[in-house]
Design a protein around this ligand. Structure first.
Ligand code: FAD
Length: 411
């Protein structure tokens, strides 16, 4: 087999380190990318940035078109890929593999430290609840990184890796507490890099293990990474849950039709300060703090009674870190329709949550300039707010009662 016949086809694995498919292809394989539509412009920019960094160190042939035609058209004897476990990725890869013929396309590694499908319950089923999955994941353990890390063995230190090292150095200490406070830059902000594969959880976990930080913070961070693996595992077993409720009881749930309220939610004009701050942060940056993602998702599904799928689609069109498994399942968790969901009757109160997690309204006023200068107490109580800020579009207490009544209908 000549080198030209051997291809490494990069997709959402845009890095040079800790890359089993690149390692399997060897240094002389052709490296190929087929441009596929990105979820949104924010993620497209990150794909481009990561690809540029790969291209600075390795020749990459970039093609436009449908990979089902492009890859077989290259007539390869062997194609190495990182396994893609998303429903659309699996369908694409099956079609390409069929067109190539048996044994040509081979997966080495994936975007996860433990591949979806590996962990099984004692009864041989898949995990439906996070905590036992987490225990099984810890018992199984992540492999060591493949090859060196950035900065070793001539491997370039990328923007993604610098971001990760910055977090380890400056923010890991205190992460367990700070991660819940949206006004603090207390999380890693690496979700976008993970989504495009510029980082791999194996290398993160290896460096996390030797980082100089309290064990609680390290453990809290690793646990979040395992959430990502749990949702990928769940979606692998139940691909239809990218669109339909995990909990079948919700099939007959009485959702409202999407109307003008959806638009006000999306534009950050609901009159609920923490919700509006989050939606404006998303629109401006393509990222939203996790705590606030939960609040805006609860608001859409339980105060506006709109289906989680509508919110998940809006997030797909904006999130730099959009990932079908994490997004759809986080939405289902918030809506109460999903894996070990927050019980449906737990309806977040946007005023109380704002007060608890953003007591001095620093986060809110960063994204809602109309409220700057207003005392935090008034912001959280939604009283004496300036006229240019919208009045609340619903009465939270009333909508909470309505949400619970609708839940009773399917219970
Ligand atoms: C409604 C909703 C939608 C979401 N959609 C996505 C999405 O499309 N893509 C995405 O990566 N995350 C999603 N999340 C999870 C979480 O909000 C983000 O992963 C996190 O905010 C990213 O910021 P960070 O990298 O600073 O996180 P950190 O706190 O630094 O966490 C480190 C990493 O752990 C993973 N992680 C953290 N929290 C979660 C979680 N709850 N579920 C799954 N993985 C997690 C991410 O890969 C993250 O980068 C969603 C959460 C909610 C409530």
């Amino acid at each position: 087999m000549s080198c030209a016949d051997r291809i490494v086809w990069l997709r959402r694995d845009l890095r040079l380190h800790d890359h089993p498919a690149l390692a399997a292809g060897g240094p002389d394989a052709r490296v190929v990318v087929v441009r596929e539509p990105a979820a949104n412009g924010f993620q497209r920019a990150l794909v481009d940035a990561a690809l540029d960094e790969v291209r600075a160190h390795r020749t990459v042939e970039v093609f436009d078109g449908d990979p089902r035609e492009v890859i077989p058209g290259l007539n390869p004897a062997k194609v190495w890929v990182s396994a893609d476990f998303t429903p659309s990725g699996l369908a694409r890869d099956r079609a390409v593999s069929d067109a190539l013929g048996p044994g040509v396309m081979e997966a080495a590694g994936s975007a996860y430290a433990v591949d979806p499908g590996i962990l099984r319950t004692g009864q041989g089923g898949h995990y439906k609840v996070f905590t036992p999955f987490y225990r099984a994941w810890c018992d199984y353990g992540a492999d060591d990184p493949v090859g060196g890390l950035p900065g070793e063995d001539g491997l370039p230190v990328t923007r993604a890796w610098r971001d990760w090292c910055g977090f380890l150095r400056d923010r890991l200490d205190g992460y367990a507490e700070n991660r819940d406070i949206p006004a603090i830059d207390g999380t890693s902000r690496i979700s976008g890099w993970l989504a495009v594969g510029a980082l791999h959880p194996r290398s993160l976990l290896a460096t996390l293990a030797v980082a100089d930080a309290p064990e609680d913070d390290k453990e809290a961070f690793a646990r979040e990474l395992v959430f990502r693996e749990f949702y990928a595992d769940f979606l692998h077993h139940r691909p239809e849950t990218a669109h339909s409720d995990v909990n079948p009881r919700f099939a007959g749930f009485r959702w409202n039709e999407s109307g003008s309220e959806f638009d006000l939610w999306a534009r950050g004009r609901t009159g609920f300060p923490i919700v509006d701050a989050g939606m404006r942060q998303l629109a401006a940056t393509g990222w939203m703090h996790n705590r606030v993602r939960m609040l805006v998702a609860s608001f859409l599904t339980k105060d506006l009674h709109l289906p989680w799928q509508a919110g998940a689609e809006h997030f797909r069109r904006h999130l730099v870190d959009f990932d079908v498994a994490s997004n759809q399942h986080s939405w289902q968790w918030c809506a109460g329709t999903g894996t070990d969901a927050s019980p449906y009757f737990r309806v977040f109160n946007p005023m109380a949550q704002g007060k608890k997690f953003d007591p001095d309204a620093r986060y809110i006023t960063r994204w809602v300039p109309e409220l700057r200068g207003v005392p935090a107490g008034d912001i959280h109580a939604i009283r004496n707010l300036p006229s240019e800020y919208p009045v609340p579009i619903v009465d939270h207490a009333e909508e909470r009662r309505d949400a619970l009544a609708r839940y009773e209908e399917v219970r």
